[in-house]
Every structure is written in structure tokens, then in C-alpha cells.
Design a protein around this ligand. Structure first.
Ligand SMILES: Cc1ncc(COP(=O)(O)O)c(C=O)c1O
Length: 402
């Protein structure tokens, strides 16, 4: 007798990030695959967590989060973007942004609904769309050399065709998921692009779910603009973010969703039967960090920009074509620079014989052929680790792996 997995989940395997991290551990390669920092967050936040544990904050918190965390989330949003939310009804804490995204899609989609995603997309979106019994349509972000279109300061970047977006919306479309700053491309969506997305949402009466986990990590003077801040969007947007990337504590899994009470109430309903609640002492520490550690975050963004430069300059000097990354932890490079047509093949050979782990960008696409020539490197590592990786990447030759 065999017991199968639900049809919708059959195509879903182990995430590529776990797979590549295991490969890095087995081969001793430098791991520029999974996006997690190799240094800790602000000392004050770590101390706040220890104090919360010692002080007895170790039982279930309220389902939507400790009041002190909800207040801090709302206040930080107000200070940074001038947007007001009611901490009592318009914010819910989640187990990372991952749970917020899952809860939003499960709570807001009916089976048969369509969800629009920009591709390449973060892998959990697709799994969650499938779990909700919905289907998706992808709007491709394509490499372009037109800096103005890409919103790039560096000559090239990724952009979508407005007609692709309009074509992706059908009478069955329920919502659009937008991730900016964008993993895996490092793109920060421009105000003009966001206005277009907002216009489509308003015209077609769609909900927007925004994944803003890299909201503080933008470079080169580019600003993160929340989609919810555009006209007509606040009332239809679930804004999702988390502490993991902002405060270098990806293992704490403290995330949140903000939005109008009706939408956030739906997210709360779903999440109460997923984790119910989690991370009480870490919630207290993140409340501290959102209130007292944002200068630390500004320094983190500066340091990440320098580390991006270190990796990018090293790759360029080695004759590798890279794309600008104005936000996030990631930059894209052309597999062809190492003589590979397929980024997946390059990543396997690099891990086995080149001593570096990267992620093949094709895993973030519906049709892997679209991202076949690209690989993603994470630069959220210490400068000496990046320098070591650059020296390995510069000397790697395909023939060594074949
Ligand atoms: C775009 C994007 N969304 C969500 C997440 C997950 O966030 P969290 O760790 O808060 O669940 C990540 C983590 O890499 C991410 O890159």
C-alpha cells in the first residue's frame, strides 16, 4: 500500500537552499548559496533576548504577538514611511515572513483563483499557491541593458514588460505578490514600476501581498517604496516583513503582516492554526531592536554595499559578467563567463571542484530555461570569506570539473 502526497504538492521537493547548504557542508565549499549572514545582530538585541528568557518570557504569547512588538512594528513603519497602522487590529506577528506569506495566500485565495507572481520568484510562493488550491501566472523580469528601464544606476538590470503584467491578469486573478527589494535579482522596483502595479491592482480590484523582508537593505542611495504607500493601495495591501535580514537573526523567525483589519484578520485566522504563536523572548528582543537599533541597521546596509562591491569587483576582474544589485543579499552572474550554458551544471561543478556554493537562478522560474544562464551569489558574508570565494571563483576552470 502506498500513501501519496496531495497532488498539488507532488512537484515540490526539498528546497534548493537546504540541498546546496548540505553540499557546502559535505564538500567544505564556501557557502554563497543560502542567504544567511555569518555574523550576529546588534549586541543590545541579543542581550534583550537573554534578558527576556531570564525574566520568564517563555510561555505562549498572544496569537497576534506581544503588544510591545506590535507597537514597535507600527512605530517603525510610521517613522520610516509615514504610514499609520492600528496595532490592535492591523498587525499580526508571524513565524518569519514565510508564515505570513503562507497564511496570507491560504486565507485570501479560493481554490481556482489565480495569483500573479513576478519571476524569478522566491520558492515558497509557488508552494503556498499550490497549498491554497490556486494557480499562478508569472510575469518575467528580464535582464536589460537599459538602465532607465531597470531603475539601475549601473547600466543594466532586470525589468518587466508592462504588457506582460496586463496579460497575466485574468477575471480569475485574486492577488499579486510583489517582492521588493527582490530576491534573487537584487532589483529594487522603481516608483514608476510600482505605480504601474498599483494601477493594475486598483483597476482590476486585486489584493496585493508584498514581501519586504529586505526593506532596509538598499544600496547606492536607492529608496525602498512600500506598494501600500501608493494611492488606492493601503486598503488592498498586506505588507509583510521580518526581523531576520534586518537584524541578522534569520534563525529567530520573527515576522509580521500589516494591513487593513479585514485582510490582517484573515491572515490571523489562518496563522492561529499554523503555529498559533512563536518565539516569545525573541519578539521582545525584536521590539527592542526596532526601537533602538536602526542606526545599527543603517551601518549594516553600508557594510553590505561594500561587501557587494568586493564580490562584484572580484568577479569582474576575473572576467565574469555580473548584474547590478541595488538591494538584498544577492547578485546575479552569467554562467557563460565560466564557459557553461547551464547554471545548474556550473553550480554542481563549482561546489564539487571549485570550492564555492552558489544557487542556479533557474530554480526561481516556471520554465528553468528562462534562468538557465544565471547563477546567484550571496554577499552577506564576512569580507575575508568573500575574498576567499573570489580567489576560488577566479581560478575555477570548467575543465577541472569535467
Ligand atoms: C524574498 C524572501 N521572502 C521571505 C524570506 C523568508 O523570510 P523569513 O526568514 O522571515 O521567514 C526570504 C528569506 O530568504 C526571502 O528572501
Amino acid at each position: 500500500m502506498t500513501f501519496g502526497v496531495r497532488t498539488a504538492l507532488r512537484g515540490i521537493g526539498t528546497t534548493i537552499f537546504s540541498e546546496m547548504t548540505a553540499l557546502a557542508q559535505r564538500t567544505g565549499a564556501v557557502n554563497l548559496g543560502q542567504g544567511f549572514p555569518d555574523t550576529d545582530g546588534p549586541a543590545g538585541m541579543l542581550a534583550a533576548a537573554q534578558q527576556a528568557i531570564a525574566g520568564g518570557l517563555n510561555q505562549y504569547p498572544p496569537v497576534d504577538g506581544l503588544p510591545v512588538l506590535k507597537e514597535a512594528i507600527v512605530q517603525a513603519r510610521q517613522n520610516r514611511y509615514g504610514m499609520a497602522y492600528d496595532p490592535a487590529t492591523e498587525v499580526v506577528m508571524t513565524a518569519g515572513a514565510t508564515e505570513a506569506i503562507a497564511a496570507a495566500l491560504l486565507a485570501l485565495c479560493e481554490p481556482g483563483d489565480e495569483v500573479v507572481l513576478f519571476e524569478p520568484y522566491y520558492d515558497s510562493y509557488l508552494a503556498n499557491v499550490a497549498m491554497a488550491g490556486a494557480t499562478h501566472r508569472a510575469v518575467p523580469l528580464r535582464p536589460t541593458d537599459d538602465a532607465a528601464v531597470a531603475g539601475s544606476r549601473a547600466g543594466a538590470g532586470f525589468a518587466f514588460d508592462p504588457d506582460d503584467l496586463r496579460r497575466a491578469v485574468s477575471p480569475r486573478t485574486r492577488l499579486i505578490v510583489l517582492n521588493s527589494p527582490h530576491n534573487p535579482t537584487g532589483k529594487v522596483f522603481t516608483r514608476a514600476e510600482l505605480e504601474l502595479i498599483a494601477q493594475v491592482c486598483v483597476e482590476r480590484d486585486l489584493i496585493a501581498v508584498t514581501d519586504e523582508v529586505y526593506e532596509y537593505l538598499t544600496y547606492d542611495g536607492l529608496e525602498h517604496v512600500p506598494l501600500a504607500s501608493l494611492p488606492g493601495m493601503r486598503e488592498r495591501t498586506v505588507t509583510i516583513s521580518s526581523a531576520g535580514k534586518t537584524f541578522s537573526c534569520t534563525g529567530w523567525k520573527i515576522g509580521w503582516a500589516l494591513g487593513p483589519a479585514e485582510l490582517v484578520g484573515a491572515v490571523r485566522k489562518a496563522k492561529q492554526f499554523m503555529t498559533f504563536a512563536s518565539g516569545t523572548p525573541f519578539q521582545a528582543a525584536v521590539a527592542h531592536a526596532l526601537t533602538h537599533e536602526l542606526d545599527w541597521v543603517a551601518e549594516l546596509a553600508k557594510s553590505l554595499q561594500e561587501r557587494r562591491d568586493l564580490l562584484q569587483a572580484g568577479l569582474t576582474a576575473a572576467g565574469v559578467r555580473t548584474y547590478p544589485a541595488h538591494g538584498t543579499y544577492f547578485l546575479q552572474a552569467d554562467a557563460a563567463s565560466w564557459g557553461y550554458a547551464d547554471g545548474g551544471e556550473l553550480c554542481r561543478d563549482l561546489a564539487e571542484h571549485g570550492g564555492v556554493v552558489a544557487i542556479p537562478t533557474q530554480v526561481f522560474y516556471d520554465d528553468p530555461a528562462n534562468g538557465r544562464g544565471l547563477v546567484r551569489f550571496a554577499f552577506c558574508k564576512r569580507p575575508e570569506v568573500l575574498a576567499d570565494a573570489v580567489s576560488r571563483l577566479s581560478t575555477f576552470r570548467p575543465s577541472e570539473g569535467k
